[in-house]
Ligand binder design. Structure first.
Ligand code: PEP
Ligand code: MG
Length: 561
């Protein structure tokens, strides 16, 4: 049995698929059999072409248009001329010739003044890697087309990988690194997929096809489990499934405490597929739509029109229910291919989220205009992430006002009363909540980041995982300040960090007066059950007791009692 850290509860059985992201090693040598080398290049190149043609058959809309453009680009002989030349005239081996040949074209595009053309270099790089993988006979895994009951095993899953995953066929995730607040864990919980993180060298220990049973609570992983182990896991799975059925009765119940306090329970969404999942829980809305999904894996920054279509579709699917869309939040642990962000020594403290948007105003405006246009099709609110200063909030609102003016002059409809809120995930924002609250319509506390910035411990770093702790009294006091600041200004305070869905934390948050709890879809029904069975007055007494404590351990013990 292997043991890691359980990051998404549940029991999963299935067969292993390992995602390897080894660097492609480029060897350079001269060859004698030039003809053979050329023949091999042509064969592999044509295989990739054929695969692309096959792939296109299942596509439609924008995706189809993009792939058709890829195909045309691949059929253009200029793309391969230099590679062929390096083999034919310089007798270089096919791997080196491909790397160099394609790189010369990539550089050519990269250096073009036209942004659209220079961004095409990303497409060519992708193609180069596909051809190299083919030449090296390396299998690439299509995350959208996995076999049923797949257990994904990887060093780490990138945010862009999780966006492509066909979750219905995944029965477990195991990674070497990451913690309970890394994005893959959040996504796994959202889709109720059991996940275990932090098993060193798991990608080397396991083999593709191994049968695995895993427990996402205890972090145990059984490779080819014995009959006893299998039965033990099966029993746990049955208990888990029974609880799930029992929770169903809370679907249509309003979360009102026994003494009449009405809380709101909403859900977080990260990819469009989450909307279906959220609808099955009957959550009261989307408290956080991570808009990064629109930009993910796209070689170029999506246009206003492309974004508008996606936001419109989400708000229409949610009907009258509120959808809070967070504007682009990249940087830190969230990379985007199309942005080509500079490497930084301290990415979490650097150029990210609203800081990028206030710097790249054209990108920001395209998103804001798309959101405003979509606002007439449902109940859409806008939320700015990573606000540290009141100036940032004012600047972001000014840009939003500019967008509104532009739309008015273009006679394009939008909701004139659209609500604008901010995330409270930086201590300075919590500490100045009183002032910030007077200039926006709502708060949503992002504990995932608030914790890391309060205790100066990175959210995914296992070495400091003991310090990254939601029970830290400093974190709890900042949460209280945010809630009190919001209430003094008469605005709503929600929470969309992972703590909002934590069964042990909910009574404390109720006691502190949180209005809205937004969480993974898979936690919604349990949260409704907890709130319904609580007494607000008792929670307030508990919160007062907790606020007097100075030790995280003591707080955790009290809340888990
Ligand atoms: C947070 O920081 O709590 C949050 C919800 O944002 P994200 O996890 O996307 O950084
Ligand atoms: Mg955050």
């Amino acid at each position: 049995m292997l043991k890691g850290r359980g990051v998404s509860v549940g029991i999963g059985f299935g067969n292993v698929v390992i995602l390897r992201d080894e660097e492609i090693k480029i060897t350079k040598n001269k060859v004698k059999d030039v003809e053979h080398e050329l023949e091999y290049f042509n064969k592999c190149y044509n295989d990739v072409l054929r695969e692309t043609e096959e792939m296109i058959k299942d596509l439609s809309g924008t995706e189809l248009e993009i792939m058709q453009a890829y195909l045309i680009m691949m059929q253009d002989p200029t793309l391969t001329n230099q590679t062929i030349n390096l083999i034919q005239n310089e007798q270089y081996n096919v791997i080196y010739a491909t790397e160099e040949g394609f790189n010369s074209i990539i550089d050519l595009f990269k250096n073009m003044d036209d942004t659209y053309m220079s961004e095409r270099s990303f497409d060519i790089k992708k193609k180069k890697n596909r051809v190299l993988n083919r030449l090296l006979n390396r299998k690439t895994i299509n995350l959208g087309k996995l076999e049923k009951n797949t257990i994904i095993v990887a060093k780490e899953l990138k945010t862009s990988d999780t966006a492509k995953l066909n979750y219905s066929n995944v029965s477990g995730i195991i990674t070497e690194i990451g913690g309970s607040n890394s994005h893959v864990s959040i996504m796994a919980r959202n889709h109720a997929i059991p996940a275990v993180a932090r098993i060193s060298d798991i990608t080397k220990i396991l083999r593709d096809g191994d049968f695995i049973g895993l427990d996402g609570q205890t972090g145990e992983v059984f490779v080819n489990p014995s009959e006893d182990e299998y039965q033990m896991l099966l029993k746990k799975k049955e208990t888990f499934d029974t609880e799930k059925v029992e929770l169903e009765k809370y679907r249509d119940i309003d979360p009102i405490t026994a003494d009449g306090y009405r809380a709101e329970v909403m859900a977080n969404a990260g990819v469009p597929d989450d909307i279906d999942l959220i609808k099955t829980t009957n959550a009261e809305g989307i408290g956080l739509l991570r808009s990064e999904f629109i930009y993910m894996d796209s070689p170029t920054i999506p246009t206003e029109e492309e974004q508008f279509k996606q936001y419109k579709s989400v708000v229409m699917q949610m009907g009258e229910k509120e959808v809070i869309v967070r504007t682009l939040d990249i940087g830190g642990d969230k990379e985007l291919k199309s942005f080509d962000l500079p490497k930084e020594t301290n990415p979490f403290l650097g150029y990210r989220a609203i800081r990028i948007c206030l710097d790249r105003i054209t990108v920001f405006k395209a998103q804001l205009r798309a959101l405003l246009r979509a606002s007439v099709f449902g109940n859409l609110s806008i939320m700015f992430p990573m606000i540290a200063t009141i100036e940032e909030l004012r600047e972001a609102k000014d840009i939003l006002e500019d967008c509104k003016k532009e739309l008015r002059s273009e006679n394009i409809d939008f909701n004139e009363n659209i609500k604008v809120g901010i995330m409270i995930e930086i201590p300075s924002a919590a500490l100045t909540a009183n002032e910030l609250a007077r200039e926006c319509d709502f708060f949503s506390i992002g504990t995932n980041d608030l914790i890391q910035y309060t205790v100066a411990a990175e959210r995914g770093n296992e070495k400091v995982a003991n310090i990254y702790n939601k029970y830290n009294p400093g974190v709890i006091r900042l949460i209280k300040m945010a809630i009190d600041g919001a209430h003094q200004a008469g605005i709503k305070c929600g929470m969309c960090g992972e703590a909002a869905g934590d069964a042990h934390y909910i009574p404390l948050l109720l006691g502190l007066g949180l209005d809205e709890f937004s969480m993974n879809a898979s936690s919604v029904l349990r949260a409704k059950k907890i709130i319904t069975n609580m007494n607000k007055k008792d929670c307030e007494i508990l919160a007062n007791e907790i606020l007097k404590m100075s030790s995280s351990t003591e707080i955790e013990k009290t809340l888990k009692k």
